[in-house]
Design a protein around this ligand. Sequence first.
Ligand code: ZN
Ligand code: ZN
Length: 283
Amino acid sequence: MGSRGDLHTHSTFSDGILTPTELIELAYQRGVRIMALTDHDTTEGLPEAFAVAEHYPDFTLIPGIEMSTDVPGSEVHILGHFIDWGDDQFELQLVRLRESRLGRARRMADKLEQLGKPVSWERVESLAGEGAVGRPHIARALVEAGHVSSVNEAFDLYLSRTGPAYVERERLTPAQVIETLTAVHGLPTLAHPRDLEGLEGLLEELTTAGLIGMEVYYQDYTPDVVERLKGLADRFDLLPLGGSDYHGFGGHQQRQPGDIPLPDEPVERLLALARERGALETV
Ligand SMILES: [Zn+2]
Ligand SMILES: [Zn+2]
């Protein structure tokens, strides 16, 4: 039995392989009843997702987003749940972020060409589909071009932070992202925190900035890790949330929608908090 809630998923509007329709159908079949679509830096999958969700009266779709942020030496992702996704200012900001993402992906493709491992830019764009072009699309183009045998190998050899084709991206700081999300009534949650350095210091800073939750239940997190993160969440008065971060890539780390030990109780508390802040009428 999977969890009823899954607060972190991706569709073809960012780097997932399923359309919002296919994703919701899969999640529903697997018993998920409260799901957030949290594509990277875009809300463009939400109209399709809401149109599908309407067909399932016992299914709650949470409008969400995952935003990338920068702290020295590592990458911090913040999820925003219950965002006011029709807000014009917010949309403009997202367009600017996506443009910088595109420029960065092009520079990575240039570097690969210089390394003698060219990929077709048209192919990278078509792999990205409607979504924002990212490293996973370049990785898949590298596999297709026969330069590497898997997406993991593409990251290991070329695209990881220390890889020869990696290009840094302009990002907002985590506190700026929290501010941006809060301005559109989003409830900000720290995503996949297990490997973040200086997590306690970061939590102190981000809780002050308005963080309300942290992913505690996630993909291959072991019971030990869950225990440690749950302790931190309690200490900082954060909701212990979680999700599969489903992309559909497969691989040993990835989980199916709802295939995480997320209990109902923190999900219900998230819904209650959204109601309290007047966000639920956007659903
Ligand atoms: Zn992430
Ligand atoms: Zn994600």
